[in-house]
Design a protein around this ligand. Sequence first.
Ligand code: AMP
Ligand code: MG
Length: 488
Amino acid sequence: MINNTREIGWNFNNSYAGLPKLFFSSQDPTPVRNPKLVILNDCLAESLGLDAQLLRSEDSISVFAGNSIPEGAKPLAQAYAGHQFGHFTMLGDGRAILIGEQITPEGKKVDIQLKGSGRTQYSRGGDGRAVLGPMLREYVISEAMYALGIPTTRSLAVVTTGESVMREKEQTGAILTRIASSHIRVGTFQYASSWGTVEELRALADYTIQRHFPEIEKTQNKHLNLLKEVINRQATLIAKWQLIGFVHGVMNTDNMAISGETIDYGPCAFIDKYDQQTVFSSIDRQGRYAYGNQPFIAKWNIVRFAESILPLLNDDQAKAIKQAENAIEQFDVVYHQKWLRGMKAKLGIISDEGQQDELLIEEILAIMEKYSADYTNTFVALTFEKSNDTKLFNSAEFKDWYKKWQDRIHRQNETKDASQELMRINNPAVIPRNHKVEQALKAAEEGDYSILKALLNVLSEPYNHSCNQGDYATPPSSNLPYRTYCGT
Ligand code: AMP
Ligand code: MG
């Protein structure tokens, strides 16, 4: 226990521990030998009501390392299940521990989770640990996603443990402090439905409603409304991923948060050239989680969620199935609507010409795919009318499309400036380019954090379009496919 808990600003609640015992096991983190703070998110700390200066103290570092528990926290490991690449398994926090829920100054409740904090009852054969590179990678990408305006878990701190961890070779052990509006997953509901009673399932659903969707608490058939809300959030999230070119890489049902936040940054990456088939993860040999497949997979996961809560929807199973099916149909509608609105904004289209607009969008994407054009930079080039001397811009198809697009922009009543402004705030100048992230992580692993900090700085203002972003916006020079790895 540490003494200055209150002074730092910790204000714990432990509502998850109020759920039936089935859903978690009380578990302290396993202490580590020699913790050192390597990165702290000052802005996030402040927004959580924590004093960033005091978080650098030895007492606080020992909290991030799992060596001491702040007053009021009740550490636990959550139980859940999940479809991993289509196969259903019992899982649970095998290397993460929920320290507690911090009540923020605005009264929001957020999970404080240590990732890499030792074995739990759900560890199976794993060592319960994490290593430095991947924890920093999650830190960088999650914070970049946040700055890009995409719902996501956040990263508060990374500490090294002073212990080495065995992977393919010996690596530096590390622990990430992850912040999430909750860690309730589709897989948590699958777990309840497979191993719990209907009452336990109901307790989880009601808790989720209270925590994430209080506005539906008093509605008729609130559990059907829960399904609709989750559909809405997921469809919105995936549309945002597609618009920005984000590939999650491991969309198993245990990695899909009910809150609609992006969670579990494992083998994820951003596309450079536009290609629907893009897969980065070394283990995704079939392309199940390819860029272009993400909307279908999200819907597949939603169906698993709906199946889990069927007994809550209606006592008559046939009626429950019908209700669920009707709700699920909305996934495509919401996804398409959000995607279309986003794509139009990326092209500065404000008014509505229905099908014509969609054709215009599909056409430019097809041309980009044909010429292997860089997804992010093409939109930036269109925004600032700086057509580079590339195969894409020199092609007859593009010139033809460009004229149609310009005509379309001129047909709307809004000014050209309004249109360009819309493009500017919807087309990021910088994304976490894979080669830039790798370079920063490599230097950090060798003890130099300056490149990582500079990268984080640039990524924190992706819509800034300032001149210092140039180097970060260059696609990789190598044409070799980028590979990411799980088991981190
Ligand atoms: P992930 O691929 O990170 O979503 O993890 C899938 C499951 O494996 C989760 O239940 C994790 O808690 C567990 N897991 C991953 N790495 C480890 C590890 N090193 N030790 C124990 N469990 C792990
Ligand atoms: Mg996971």
